[in-house]
Ligand binder design. Structure first.
Ligand SMILES: [Zn+2]
Length: 323
């Protein structure tokens, strides 16, 4: 049965090349639904678009024509600079076939239709074909498969901001869950998060904890491998400071993320190759906090400015022990 489906999807990839249709997006959405053999409101349907960033007026049309909505969790967006062409991918959960529509000019819509499920992404040949057909839009593959696999809505919001789905953003999702479970804010408390070294996780942490750079909630510090090697921590990922109030004193917690504990044998997680993490994993499986240290407001200000914040904490800890 699976084999039959695979053959059918390969044929589909071959038979439906990149088409340029002289029709508006409204007609193209209707034709796309018919090509997926879906009707408006079908629970197998999902729409992924950049409309919210490039063509706000198209949102109502997409909702109206497909029946997908934010509330139902099947109208998804991805972050995109303004000025880019409008894109909308219609996606069918059971067949994992996507129909990508791109505004290619006044009344012209480019259409690409292909199967993008785990069967295709785990096969180097079909994965190559997907990359050739989707080009810069290949990032949609991971997002749509994550939706099909039941990714929670708050993770999909992180993925929207990050604009692709990857193990890095999943690691940030798990770190944010760990922070919320271990150090929930009370009263006037506020978080300050120092990302060091920096990877995709920071976008999930910013999104879930409202720690934006502009509001001074996150400080990013790229660190080279040799800056990490003499530390008493294994795979440090960041430092969370729980402040008693904004700009006040607080407690710094070192957070480590142990990638060695990830299951690298799973091939079809979120439709991605080699994604070793699942949003369903317990954050404690990977994350630990080997140090918690009380700091004054002045010490926190210095911690933000030093080149290597872990070395700073090690020296502060030694000072503390000498007292
Ligand atoms: Zn990423």
């Amino acid at each position: 049965m699976q084999r039959k489906w695979h053959v059918a999807t390969v044929v589909l990839v071959v038979l439906i090349p990149r088409l340029l249709c002289a029709a508006g997006m409204v007609d193209a959405v209707g034709a796309g639904l018919r090509s997926l053999d879906l009707k408006k409101g079908d629970p197998a349907l999902c729409v992924l678009s950049n409309a919210v960033y490039v063509d706000h007026a198209a949102l109502d049309m997409l909702e109206d024509r497909t029946g997908c909505s934010l509330g139902k969790g099947n109208l998804l967006f991805y972050h995109c600079p303004s000025g880019r062409p409008l894109k909308a991918a219609l996606f069918r959960r059971d067949t994992r076939v996507a129909c990508l529509l791109t505004q290619a000019g006044e009344g012209m819509i480019e259409r690409v239709q292909l199967a993008i499920g785990p069967e295709q992404t785990s096969n180097p040949e079909t994965w190559k074909e997907i990359g050739a057909k989707l080009g810069a839009d290949t990032a949609m593959v991971g997002i749509l498969n994550a939706w099909a696999d039941g990714a929670p809505n708050d993770l999909l919001k992180c993925v929207e901001f990050h604009n692709h789905f990857c193990p890095g953003v999943t690691s940030g999702y798990l770190m944010a869950k760990y922070i919320q479970a271990h150090w929930p804010l009370t009263g006037r408390q506020a978080y300050l998060y120092i990302a060091a070294p920096v990877w995709c996780k920071e976008d999930a942490i910013q999104q879930l904890l409202d720690l934006t750079a502009g509001k001074h909630g996150i400080v990013t510090k790229p660190l080279a491998k040799d800056q990490l090697k003499d530390l008493p921590y294994t795979q440090p990922a960041g430092i969370l400071i729980v402040r008693e109030e904004r700009n006040g004193p607080g407690t710094a917690h070192v957070l480590c993320f142990d990638w060695e504990l990830a299951n690298r044998g799973i091939k079809d997680m979120g439709g991605m190759k080699k994604n070793p993490l699942s949003w369903n994993d317990a954050p404690e499986k990977y994350i630990s906090s080997p140090l918690s240290l009380g700091l004054t407001a002045e010490e926190i200000a210095r911690l933000e400015l030093v080149e290597n914040p872990y070395q700073f904490l090690v020296s502060m800890e030694k000072k503390e022990q000498k007292k």
